[in-house]
Design a protein around this ligand. Structure first.
Ligand code: GTQ
Length: 353
């Protein structure tokens, strides 16, 4: 068998040791002591870096793509957001994929399903929908939508304007386990509509459950988390206290369990009051933010990131992060927190100013 051309361990000049390393290499083996420090690090050493994707710039490029390729031809017309520290991997963090998707009026992105779970945060446009489990979920700006693993989903735009949203998928996690499957919907481009819009939200998301309901699977039976409900909650909560790191921060839940909407990805939304000067914080889940309202500045690992509505920015694992605002702002975010918690890996730390 061909020995791959690998970098031999170089922790020494001792010719005897180097000769041993050569013979180890021939046996597809290597000395742990030469790689231990990179392998078992005292704290996270992410290759991904803090970065912001400017919405007006990305929006222009996305609309340009809209003139060059149809949603049907592309299957999904998406600009992948690639972390500058790990280019070419289709990853925004070590464990997550993110992209900006465009559907033009009258277009359909054909139905398919895959092992990877997806979440969406609608950025702009009226009249878009995602069909999941026989229900067409209407998309409004600020809505959070989940597409659990292995559920058929197609997207469409019945309105008159471009519809743009942020996609988050757990593709790198699925591929870490070499557990990827995917297939097209067997009959036609769009799935059969079997339930009226709002059915799942009424059934499972109204502080009640159908009598005799038994949870099935590990994902939320609610696929749609309308922004109008988030706003209502924030209006009420603004009368109370504000966390000194996070402002008023809520996590989206599976209402039947109180857990995360999906086993691999968690999503959050936080309201930061005007003139908020947040205390620094870090956690082991690298976090992707999308600005929903307002503007502000986040400092991530000492780097200043100024943000406005629609911008997407990412904080790597364990990077010290703080948020500041001049005006009222709302940040959506998602991460692999449920996966880390399930594996007993998640840590967080509040730091002093
Ligand atoms: O909407 O199904 O950004 O399958 C990447 C892969 C979106 C989707 C993406 C996908 C989708």
């Amino acid at each position: 068998m061909q020995t791959p051309d690998i970098q031999l361990a170089r922790d020494t000049d001792d010719p005897k040791r180097l000769a041993l390393y050569g013979r180890l290499n021939e046996q597809h083996s290597a000395p742990l002591w030469a790689v231990m420090a990179q392998l078992v690090t005292p704290e996270p050493r992410p290759r991904s870096v803090a970065h912001k994707w400017d919405y007006p710039v990305m929006r222009k490029l996305l609309l340009e793509a809209g003139e060059l390729i149809t949603a049907k031809e592309a299957e999904r017309r998406v600009l992948v957001l690639e972390n500058p520290g790990i280019r070419g991997m289709s990853q925004i963090t070590q464990s997550l994929y993110a992209g900006l998707q465009l559907i033009l009026p009258g277009e359909v992105a054909p139905s398919h399903r895959h092992a990877a779970a997806a979440l969406r945060l609608i950025i702009e446009g009226q009249g878009g929908y995602t069909a999941v489990s026989g229900e067409r979920i209407p998309m409004s700006a600020g809505d959070f939508i989940v597409t659990p693993s292995w559920t058929f989903h197609d997207h469409g735009n019945l309105g008159e304007d471009p519809v743009i949203w942020l996609d988050g998928l757990d593709v790198p996690i699925v591929n870490l386990f070499d557990a990827s499957f995917a297939e097209a919907y067997p009959s036609g481009e769009t799935q059969q509509v079997e339930r009226s819009a709002g059915d799942a939200l009424a059934r499972y998301g109204s502080n009640m459950l159908p009598i005799g309901y038994v949870p099935e699977g590990s994902s939320s039976p609610v696929f749609h988390y309308p922004y109008s409900r988030v706003k209502e909650a924030f209006r009420q909560l603004a009368r109370g206290g504000v966390d000194d790191c996070h402002g008023i921060k809520l996590q989206y839940t599976n209402p039947t369990t109180g857990g995360y909407p999906m086993p691999t990805m968690g999503a959050f939304i936080q309201q930061l009051p005007a003139r908020f000067n947040g205390r620094p914080y870090r956690c082991t889940d690298a976090t992707v933010y999308c600005v929903r309202e307002g503007q502000g500045v986040s400092t991530i690992s000492g780097e200043r990131i100024e943000w406005n509505v629609g911008d997407v920015f990412v904080a790597p694992s364990w990077s010290v992060t703080s948020h500041r605002t001049t005006e009222h702002a709302v940040l959506f975010s998602f991460s692999d927190r449920p996966a880390q918690k399930a594996l007993g890996l998640w840590r967080e730390q509040r730091l002093d100013d």
